[in-house]
Design a protein around this ligand. Sequence first.
Ligand code: TNX
Length: 542
Amino acid sequence: MKFYLRFVPLLIVSTIMGVLQSCNNEPPTDLTKESIIPKPVSVVASGKGFGLTSTSRILVEGENEDLINIGNMLSTELNAITGFNNKVETTAGTPKEGSIYLVLGGADAKVGSEGYELTITEDLITIKANDPAGVYMGVQTLLQLVPFVKANTLNDRYRIATGTIIDYPTYAWRGSMLDVARHFFSVEDVKRYIDLISFYKMNILHLHLTDDQGWRIEIKSWPNLVLHGGSTQVGGGKGGYYTQEQYKDIVAYAASRYVTIVPEIDMPSHINAALASYGELNGGTKVPLEGIFKGALTTQGILDGKNKPTELYTGIEVGWSTLRLDKPATFKFVNDVVRELAEITPGPYIHIGGDEAHVTKKEDFIEFINRFSDIVKANGKQMIGWEEIAQAKIDVNAIAQHWASEEHAQEAASKGAKIIMSPSKKVYLDMQYDSTSRLGLHWAAYIEVDESYNWDPATRVEGIEKSDIIGVEAPLWSETIATMDDIEYMLFPRLPGVAEIGWSPAEGRSWDEYKVRLANHGPRMKAKGIDFYRSSKVPWVD
Ligand code: TNX
């Protein structure tokens, strides 16, 4: 056989493959057809394509350190998709053709601090914003526009559709909560959590740092909190905790992704880990009977003595422990904890819990929240609490997190507090998808992906207006969640929808339109190694 003929079959196969590939992956030219989550405020297409090649550069305007960092993150993410080695360079004024150009200033004032303008022409991609946070958000959008397969293999380039996107958030607070108390998660897991939420433009990670089963943040003046109180978790595993240095590392990592860490210390109930560590804090607990979940406490359980250390707890009952509120030592404890936590938390908030204090007398609860709130204020932070804090003396400086009781949420709003919307029937990501889900609880509801998308914060609770609402947060309680895979299975695909509720205007949203965009994110989630739930509600594309 002639030498060159040997290659004919190979040629045929590769031509067929190429044709198949281009059928499935037409080079994108219509920017309005791209699957961006959260949906941008405005997208105008111009019908052409920008070609990202191995020689494209990421150009940062001026010697701005924040922009250089964002450029480097973009370069890492892009290179992971393309296999190129697109580098970051600084420039002054005239960006070279074929580049991605990041620039601070000159964006429309209405985009605020997190909004951006993304302009894509055949020659240049420009992301312009008023603040670095906005450039970062624009970069997240751009990353969702890079095709997964080289759309034009002939010229070795990734095609990105041309046009202009102007985009900014509806709500300032777009968050998720991770419960690291019921099961402990490593610093590395928390960093991945931050990456996953910030890809969808969420800007808050609320860490539920303490609960009956574990105390997870080092408090140097009360060392036993972590040494003993952090030594187990649900089911009896070894638990764990963050040293203050590790916590600072998480905070700094989050800041580099424009995510604020909101630490929660849950009191006066959900406190057994502290009571087991320091008996003098024990205000009397009702040791829960196994197998009873939510609500059976007032009539059952054994009353445990005040003032002596409790046993560590590895079950999942709630609301049965309380701090001893009639002793000054308790307030020294609260003071020390808030002071140390405030010192290592640059963000403006401290979350004080306050939920499900079923064995604390109501007058004591109110008095406690009032004093706790003063302590938070004295340490220069703004107080957040679960909606039950509405019963105390709260005002415009407080933020209440709605999860179950519309009455409490309404009372908080009527006192002038801002509201975080976390309705448990919609966005509790620890709820099972349906009765067959391998993980999760279902006391609030079964929540399929369409259920968690189909609601509007501004109309959810009568009497609570959009202007009362600071934003949306999706909590992940971890009674049944023990690994990163478990986390991903519960977050995805529901979390991107919650992110969209927080970011995109309510008027433009519909499940039927959204589910197609979500379906197109399937391959993207896969490429990020996300172990997501393949809901039958979504027309997945791969
Ligand atoms: C209620 S929601 C709790 C948590 C549990 C969760 C389980 C809230 C403020 N408290 O302590 O982990 O239910 O779904």
